[in-house]
Ligand binder design. Sequence first.
Ligand code: ADP
Ligand code: ADP
Length: 220
Amino acid sequence: STIVSLEDVERAYGEPPVLACAGVSLSIEEGELVAIVGPSGSGKSTLLNIIGTLDRPTAGVARIDGRDVAGLDDRGLSALRAYRIGFVFQQFHLAEGVTAVDNVADGLLYTGVRLAERRRRAVAALERVGLGHRLDHRPHQLSGGERQRVAIARAVIGDPPLLLADEPTGNLDSVSGAAVVELLHELNRQGTTIVVITHDTGLAERLPRRIVVQDGRVIG
Ligand code: ADP
Ligand code: ADP
């Protein structure tokens, strides 16, 4: 079924209003691996925030994981993010001085799972991304590619049906970037729907579907 559905979504900023998102309609089905690709200023961050329920449309309908975000209050949206959506960012956003296991375990911080169980699942998630031999390493002891894989493990520890990855290879060399792309394919084969937001057409071309945005609109 459809996991992301945007219908004529607009997002206006400022006065007079500027439309960062100017009537976007798109559907993403469960099981897809798709890139939202466009140049700087095309509205990608705005779409990421709307699909990730960090922001609401100023017009139109956003249905994420089957729920119309207009029908959820901030607590409802927080719960949707905590249980149903994983986030990966260009800058990794790992806690310095904290081991890989505990960084990953933090992905379950707001779900009420106890620490010992969070750590047990963190070990499993790190094994899933090929880092079973880096459990007690801290971010500064890991390569860029390994840090991003820790961040991905943290994003998927709760098995969210939807993973959003914002420029996931933006800080990586081409070899580490290719490994991260391969990992996204693998997680997708295991059932996670993945949306990659990027300006990198080379990255987008390595994914099975591209949604091209420009000036706040879908153009292809
Ligand atoms: P991208 O991520 O593709 O660079 P954005 O979604 O960040 O695009 O921005 C799309 C457009 O909306 C740009 O013209 C940008 O200046 C504008 N915009 C984005 N966020 C804001 C904001 N908070 N206030 C005003 N304008 C914004
Ligand atoms: P950039 O791509 O500009 O380097 P990031 O990849 O760090 O920035 O973040 C991209 C987007 O994700 C921004 O819109 C930011 O507000 C949002 N963001 C960053 N970190 C978090 C977080 N921990 N939780 C929720 N949203 C975040």
